[in-house]
Design a protein around this ligand. Structure first.
Ligand code: PEP
Length: 254
């Protein structure tokens, strides 16, 4: 299976800057080893889709409303995202859990709405520094997986990708070690096995995210059982993202 690279722009770059970025990236990307998806800000998704037409690069949204439609000023629905050609959506990112107080219940609703609108989900889970220091990482990750996927049918997991993102590693410059990533992936798969089945646990795709850079990507991509990466800050430089993709391609050959 191809490795998935999701580039999360967060709230960075204007649409004009993204236009330049995409025009530099798209002609250079063609791969039978890596799937690339750009998680652009909402306002750049439609123009991004236009600029990416004819390329193999897909689009990911960074958020979705937990409601179908209606009087919800400022929200963006699953139907709106699907309509402009978005393929998947990030749900449960730690910045949304902490800064915007998103709960497990709301994350669960967002996932169900995304699936209903035929959008794939990149579900982010990971322990905080407090969880880590108090040896509660396993419990925290398991609880996040359980809450997020409550009420889903096993066959719906083919449209769920789980990103293990230790909160202490996001945007901090502190990448998890190979051992820590392996352990996090193992906990994610165990939670899926308990909630669904061994088959589901083996098949679910798991990514790692947290301060990935050109320097550490070769170490990360070698982690056993890893299906790809979620790259934040480092994706803002086209050359760095291209380099990260090239290392993932080499890793995918193994
Ligand atoms: C992220 O936003 O999911 C992320 C992993 O960010 P960074 O790479 O900047 O740590």
């Amino acid at each position: 299976m191809k490795k998935l690279v999701v580039a999360n722009f967060k709230m960075n770059l204007t649409s004009s800057e993204i236009k330049k970025y995409v025009m530099a990236l798209a002609p250079k990307f063609k791969s039978d080893k890596v799937d690339l998806s750009l998680a652009l800000p909402f306002v750049s998704l439609e123009s991004g889709k236009f600029l990416l037409s004819g390329s193999d690069i897909s689009l990911t949204a960074q958020n979705i409303s937990e409601e179908e439609c209606g009087s919800l000023t400022g929200e963006v629905s699953g139907a709106m995202l699907k309509d402009i050609g978005v393929q998947r959506v990030i749900v449960g990112h730690s910045e949304r859990r902490t800064r915007f107080k998103e709960t497990g219940k709301s994350i669960n609703k967002k996932i169900k709405i995304a699936l209903k609108n035929r959008l794939q989900v990149v579900l982010c889970v990971g322990e905080s520094l407090i969880d880590k220091n108090s040896m509660k990482s396993q419990a925290a990750i398991t609880a996040q997986v359980d809450e997020a996927l409550k009420g889903l049918y096993e066959n719906e997991l083919e449209n769920i990708i789980i990103a293990y993102e230790p909160v202490w590693a996001i945007g901090t410059g502190k990448t998890a070690s190979v051992k820590e990533i392996e352990e996090g992936i193992k906990v994610v798969r165990k939670a899926i096995e308990t909630a669904f089945s061994k088959k589901a646990a083996t098949e679910v795709r798991v990514l790692y995210g947290g301060s990935i850079t050109a320097k550490n990507i070769s170490q990360v991509v070698g982690v056993a059982g890893l299906d790809g990466v979620l790259v934040g800050g480092s994706c803002l430089d086209v050359a760095t993202l291209i380099y990260i993709i090239s290392v993932c391609e080499a890793g995918a050959k193994k």
